[in-house]
Design a binder for this molecule. Structure first.
Ligand SMILES: [Zn+2]
Length: 303
């Protein structure tokens, strides 16, 4: 029997230009990074499932919180002209054809327009609902979160990861449970066939999710989202950028810095050693150089 592996197609979506100091420890004074906010279409042929991984930047920025719209004026050049829906249309896929939308975390450059996906089941990390409702305490308070972002009747919020070893089945219909996949601590085998995993990626924001997809006999793609914002950090050439908050504390883009370093260590190990001897390519959502180098593989093509 021949195995047909899933495909991963990057989607051409929007971009933004934040200060480099938010990400890189050695940013130059006034330096800005124009970076894509990529999303991905994962197709699983055996089950005929289509998964959208992340929703990038919302096309209609005027529906965002007014305070956020003001903030975005400091992120130019910024574009939301292309979004997940328009990128899918390039391959004649409609948003309503999508079975699952994985929301990797609820920052504005990843949450797009959920209402476009009228039939999809949304998957979000643990405590996403509490985060959106600003019930996670002052350090995680964000006035721009939208409490009704996700459709309550079509959203699966993942349970907390188990303290050690494997967790119990929490979704009996799908047979989902948290399992370790060394060096990854916690992952869910979406189709119970070892090809598409939702990965717990702690550090950036509570419930931050990554994905690991087997695209060939000898290749995994690891979608690392915001576990790391720049390959220079990934390669160890510089560190996470930091600044002082209003209370004078040193903070970074990652809410749990120790966990972020641990996650980065896992990703470096995957890139270096592969997974069970099979090479892993780690892809960062905001990596403009990777986007350029892989231009030929965007949807309707694939990696
Ligand atoms: Zn981001």
């Amino acid at each position: 029997m021949t195995v047909t592996y899933p495909t991963v197609s990057p989607l051409s979506c929007g971009y933004l230009s934040p200060p480099a100091s938010k990400f890189l420890a050695d940013a130059l004074e006034g330096e800005r990074l124009t970076m894509p906010s990529m999303a991905f279409l994962i197709q699983h042929p055996a089950s005929k499932s289509k998964i959208v991984f992340d929703l990038s930047i919302r096309k209609d920025l005027t529906t965002l919180h007014p305070g956020l719209q003001a903030h975005l004026k400091t992120r130019i050049p910024l574009s939301s002209e292309n979004d997940v829906k328009s990128a899918l249309a390039l391959g004649n896929v409609e948003a309503s054809d999508i079975d699952y939308v994985i929301i990797t975390h609820v920052h504005w450059d990843h949450t797009g327009t959920p209402s476009d996906f009228t039939s999809a089941t949304f998957i979000a990390g643990h405590n996403t609902d509490k985060l959106l409702k600003n019930e996670m305490g002052p350090d995680l308070y964000n006035p721009f979160f939208e409490r009704d972002l996700l459709p309550a009747d079509r959203t699966i919020e993942l349970p907390p990861v188990p303290g050690s070893k494997n967790g119990e089945v929490f979704d009996k219909t799908r047979g989902w449970y948290w399992q370790s996949l060394s060096p990854i601590h916690n992952a869910i085998d979406m189709f119970n066939d070892g090809t598409v995993y939702i990965v717990d990626s702690p550090g950036h924001l509570p419930g931050h999710l990554n994905a690991l997809v087997r695209v060939a006999v000898h290749k995994w793609i690891y979608l690392a989202v915001d576990a790391c914002h720049h390959m220079r950090i990934f390669r160890g050439e510089t560190d996470f950028g930091s600044w002082k908050d209003e209370k004078g504390r040193t903070v970074t883009i990652h809410k749990d810095l120790d966990a972020a370093y641990e996650t980065l260590g896992v990703l470096r190990k995957l890139q270096r050693e592969g997974l069970n001897g099979i090479p892993v390519e780690v892809v960062l959502t905001h990596d403009g150089e990777w986007e350029k180098a892989n231009g030929d593989h965007f949807f309707p093509s694939h990696l």
